[in-house]
Design a protein around this ligand. Structure first.
Ligand SMILES: Cc1cc2nc3c(=O)[nH]c(=O)nc-3n(C[C@H](O)[C@H](O)[C@H](O)COP(=O)(O)OP(=O)(O)OC[C@H]3O[C@@H](n4cnc5c(N)ncnc54)[C@H](O)[C@@H]3O)c2cc1C
Length: 378
């Protein structure tokens, strides 16, 4: 592996102010400009986590059929197409062809499009639509088993069902690659560490006192292998490179909305306070994709909030990669550079429903990224 192939060679060249040499090297690998004045917003989102995994059953409410499709924890975007397909199949099995979808986040939009593809006429009813929805404040990575369930709480058939949803989603995402606006793309990701990767992983596992489920082994055949970099320019002992499917959620959400409208979909802004209010809808089949909102609407106390905050740095198209180091994860998306705290692993933000952004914490995190790149300069 040649040093010049790596991200850091450019970072070093750029940081040393060697403009002539930097210009010769891959322009997509510049250093992240981690300065607090470049934080253009701080967002918070609550993951709708259920120990038993997402709620996907079918329920009768009066003379209506409700297909549930909520509670996907930290995997909502990743599993959305597969979960939406399952919901669409159940809705179509009723014989009805006019279907209501509650919710316009990751799960609502994809379920609506899956229903249209199956031949249904769909109306989405939602209190918020993108970019207001919680889904719009997600990291935007392929993380299909992030806070999806607890190993000991799932039904025996859940791992296989997860795999099915996962594979459907993964293959559907293929069709969103290479489109104008880059809704979906692959990014190189560098995992940096001062201790050996196996030790780092053991430390993360130790921090998980609840036993979150991990099913990556089931999809090894569709997961690019990561490689340990023997020579690398980072100021750390270990660096590992992998490829990460990334969702540029601003353009991806618009693409989904467009796809929905092109197929004749209708979107109506409505808020529901109890399931009995669904009676006012003309549709007899309803797909419930209300995410964390289901906790109040459906009185589902099994939903646990898992808080996640993101500091958004001004986009840098020339810095086209993701990296993780100590507690910080950075993803250079087209619509903003995501800087996120992952220090407690899956436990980070568990059972915290505070949706108020914490600007000082965001600045401290960005300072950590600045220090990493500062050490590169030294
Ligand atoms: C910080 C963070 C980072 C994340 N990163 C990733 C990631 O990288 N990859 C990944 O796959 N997942 C990620 N997730 C998880 C993912 O964001 C969620 O699983 C997903 O957003 C859930 O989507 P949803 O459509 O179910 O819910 P939401 O986006 O919350 O949408 C719910 C919809 O229902 C509507 N609604 C709710 N209640 C009512 C009501 N009473 N009446 C009418 N309408 C209602 C809302 O208005 C909205 O339209 C992340 C989550 C967080 C918090």
């Amino acid at each position: 592996m040649q040093r010049r192939d790596l991200l850091g060679s450019v970072a070093l060249a750029g940081l040393a102010g060697c403009a002539r040499r930097a210009a010769k090297l891959a322009p997509q690998a510049a250093p992240i400009r981690a300065q607090s004045d470049r934080i253009f917003r701080v967002t918070v989102c609550l993951r709708p986590f259920r120990a038993a995994g997402p709620r996907l059953d079918v329920e009768r409410v009066g003379d209506q059929t409700v297909v549930h499709n909520y509670g996907h924890g930290g995997s909502g975007w990743s599993l959305s197409w597969g979960s939406g397909l399952l919901a669409a199949e159940k809705a179509m099995a009723t014989g009805e062809r006019e279907v209501a979808v509650l919710g316009c986040g990751a799960l609502g939009l994809t379920a609506a499009i899956q229903l249209q593809r199956a031949g249904a006429k769909v109306t989405i009813y939602a209190k918020e639509r993108p970019p207001e929805v919680r889904s719009a404040r997600a990291t935007g990575s392929w993380t299909p088993d992030s806070r999806i369930a607890l190993t000991n709480a799932v039904a025996p058939g859940f791992p296989a069902l997860w795999e099915k949803m996962c594979r459907t989603s993964f293959h559907t995402y293929e069709s969103y690659l290479g489109l104008a606006g880059t809704p979906v793309e692959w990014l190189d990701r560098y995992q940096l560490s001062d201790v050996a990767p196996a030790e780092a992983q053991a430390n993360r596992r130790q921090a998980d006192t609840l036993g979150f489920a991990h099913y990556q082994d089931r999809i090894a055949d569709i997961t690019p292998k990561s490689e340990d970099l023997v020579r690398h320019p980072f100021p750390v002992k270990y660096a590992r490179r992998s490829s990460s499917l990334t969702f540029n959620i601003a353009s991806y959400s618009r693409q989904l909305l467009n796809d929905f409208f092109v197929e004749g979909g209708r979107l109506e802004r409505r808020e529901f306070h109890t399931p009995s209010e669904l009676r006012t809808l003309p549709q007899k089949v309803i797909v419930n994709c209300t995410g964390y909102g289901a906790k109040a609407l459906w009185k589902d106390d099994s939903i646990v909030p898992v808080r996640g905050q993101i500091a958004w740095l001004i986009p840098q198209p020339e810095a086209h990669y993701a990296l993780g180091y100590r507690n910080v994860n950075v993803i250079s998306r087209r619509d903003g550079i995501v800087v996120q705290d992952g220090g407690k692993g899956e436990m980070e933000g568990y059972n915290d429903d505070n949706e108020t952004p914490d600007r000082p914490a965001a600045e401290a995190l960005v300072q950590g990224v600045a220090e990493l790149f500062g050490r590169l300069r030294a």
